[in-house]
Design a protein around this ligand. Structure first.
Ligand code: 2AM
Ligand code: CA
Ligand code: CA
Ligand code: CA
Length: 276
């Protein structure tokens, strides 16, 4: 394992331990709301600090973008940037619904290079390094082999914070559901993307995500032989928050159903993210 990936794994496991400990006493947690239905607890912050402590001890010069504390370090001059979601699926965590994860990715010169997604509940560690494949614990991962949309299990997430695009999203959902075998919406986007890499889902799409929800999952999927793109089929821009992913046969079929429901506003979100 590349030394930078092992540091990321160490950080993810530390965060996972904090999350597991806290999950035994959910009633004791202080929970606040960032906005309507957007919850945060002290566990999010504690897990994030633990991750950052491990990363900064090893790589004090690297820049960091983390959900709860934002930017740290010199983003203009560092070639390395860590992108961190310390607890993806906070709502699930707070309800004892066992679908949440820790997500850590490293960009080198703007390119996703290492990725970890850790499910502390099931002790499932998903890792990838560019050019070296994707793994679940010690097992090499491949995306699924299904070729017909009608046989596929597709993951998604509902818009929850910004409801501006909810009609367009429901139009996508309405069109896709009769064409597939099943739909799932567990609520941890990072873990969903890891499941595409593992072949548990054949495809996934969502709008309104944040860069830290998507970064690690994108590398896991491409390293497992899958495709990721934006909702027009172009290269994913993490800042756009819009993603379609799947095995190489299903990616295009999913895109054909989803893309016609893009509104000018959703297209604008994608295209303006490209110019960042
Ligand atoms: P979070 O738990 O790290 O905030 C996509 O659905 C992402 O949106 C999730 O991975 C989750 O990341 C975030 N999210 C926050 N609040 C949510 C909510 N009430 N419902 C769904 N997703 C939520
Ligand atoms: Ca959050
Ligand atoms: Ca998240
Ligand atoms: Ca989070």
């Amino acid at each position: 394992m590349h030394p930078m990936l092992s540091i990321a794994v160490k950080a993810a496991r530390r965060a996972g331990n904090i999350i597991n400990q806290a999950s035994k006493n959910l009633d004791l947690l202080t929970v606040s709301k960032k906005s309507h239905s957007d919850f945060v607890s002290e566990v999010d912050g504690a897990a994030e600090e633990a991750i950052i402590k491990v990363l900064q001890a090893a790589y004090p010069d690297h820049a960091i973008l983390a959900e709860e504390s934002g930017h740290r370090g010199d983003h203009n001059n560092s070639e390395y940037q860590w992108i961190i979601d310390p607890l993806d699926g906070t709502t699930n965590f707070l309800h004892g619904f066992p679908k949440y994860s820790v997500s850590i990715a490293l960009k080198y010169k703007g390119v996703l290079t290492h990725a970890v997604i850790y499910d502390p509940n099931n002790n499932e560690l998903f890792t990838a390094s560019r050019g070296s494949g994707a793994f679940l614990n010690d097992r090499r991962l491949r995306v699924s082999k299904r070729i017909k949309l009608e046989d596929c299990l597709i993951g998604t997430g509902l818009p929850f914070r910004d409801l501006t695009h909810i009609d367009a999203y429901f139009a996508m959902l309405k069109d896709i559901v009769p064409r597939i075998a099943g739909i799932r919406r567990p609520g941890s986007a990072a873990l969903d993307l890891a499941y595409v890499a593992a072949g548990r889902y054949d495809g996934f799409w969502e709008i309104g995500l944040a860069p830290w929800d998507m970064a690690a999952g994108c590398l896991l999927i491409t390293e497992a032989g899958g495709l990721v793109g934006d909702l027009e089929g172009n290269e994913t821009q993490l800042e756009s928050g819009q993603i379609i992913a799947g095995n190489p046969k299903i990616f295009g079929q999913l895109l054909q159903v989803i893309a016609p429901h893009l509104t000018p506003e959703l297209i604008e979100v994608q295209r303006s993210a490209k110019s960042i």
